[in-house]
Write a protein that binds this ligand. Structure first.
Ligand SMILES: C[S@@+](CC[C@H](N)C(=O)[O-])C[C@H]1O[C@@H](n2cnc3c(N)ncnc32)[C@H](O)[C@@H]1O
Length: 259
């Protein structure tokens, strides 16, 4: 039943999503053409996807703590890779966002094996990427993966977002939280809590990216509240990701864009 309603939501998105021709905001038009729908490949894409392919055939087992249930159990790397990681299309969009906006500080909530982190970090070696993961064994795997890719601009933090996010944010230079990727704990109240904590550090050029905004009714409700926050100006709904901007020079407008 959930699958049918999800499919229905996706069809609704496809019917309402705009192509660049229907977008009148110059900022969003340029973003869609130069970043969101930009074709072509970057050198970094292949090395990250090669790593993903390695995960997908890995039969290695690790002990994992599930933050939904609080239970521990063994999981196979290939299964984590199949179920938890952002796919190539969205990982590469994260890369292009960082490459275009050049944020100096990037914060990720939800490292998993580190595929999205690698895309974020490769796009701007001068940016500092802080990524938080609750499960220590998964975080260790990610750390090894960053080493194998030669990525030196990533700091891994282990802990529950609910407990450590405020301490991580406190360490960031004021008003320097320029790109935040929210990709863990896809529930309404926690998502809104993380959003409001990060909001205190946001400034005009900050970008917040939310994963799976239509994944459940709770996430849709969270997305609606985020869009209606008075500090939020432009939002872009790409169905599997939602982009949030705070640029005061833009009129408040919510876009649904075909991706
Ligand atoms: C969807 S995965 C992240 C995928 C990764 N961003 C990617 O695309 O490559 C979400 C991760 O968040 C972690 N997580 C979920 N809830 C958490 C919480 N409350 N605190 C810390 N980590 C959490 C999970 O352990 C999981 O590894």
């Amino acid at each position: 039943m959930k699958n049918i309603s999800f499919l229905f939501k996706y069809l609704k998105y496809l019917l309402s999503a705009k192509t660049p021709h229907g977008i009148h905001s110059p900022f969003v038009f340029e973003l869609v053409n130069k970043v969101i729908n930009k074709k072509g490949s970057y050198y970094a894409y292949e090395k990250i996807e090669k790593l993903r392919r390695k995960f997908l055939i890995s039969s290695k087992e690790i002990e994992v703590t599930d933050f939904g249930t609080g239970k521990s159990g063994k999981r196979i790397i290939s299964e984590i890779a199949e179920r938890s990681l952002k796919n190539k299309k969205y990982g590469q969009l994260l890369f292009r966002l960082v490459n275009h906006f050049k944020p100096t500080t990037i914060l990720e909530l939800g490292t998993s094996l580190g595929i999205s982190t690698s895309y974020l970090a490769c796009a701007n070696p001068n940016a500092k990427v802080i990524t938080i993961e609750g499960c220590p064994n998964i975080s260790n795997e990610a750390k090894n993966n960053f080493e194998s890719l030669g990525l030196k601009n990533i700091e891994t933090v282990v802990g529950n977002f609910d407990i450590i996010l405020s301490a991580v944010l406190c360490r960031l230079p004021t008003a320097d939280c320029q790109l935040v990727f929210f990709d863990g704990n896809h529930k309404k109240i926690p998502t809104l809590n993380y959003f409001s904590q990060c909001l205190e550090y946001a400034h005009n050029d900050s970008i917040f990216v939310f994963d799976d905004i239509h994944w459940s009714d709770e996430m849709e409700e969270a997305w609606e509240e985020i869009k209606s926050n008075p500090l939020v100006t432009v939002t872009i709904d790409l169905f599997f990701l939602g982009l949030v901007f705070f640029r005061k020079e833009q009129a408040k407008e919510n876009f649904i864009v075909r991706f």
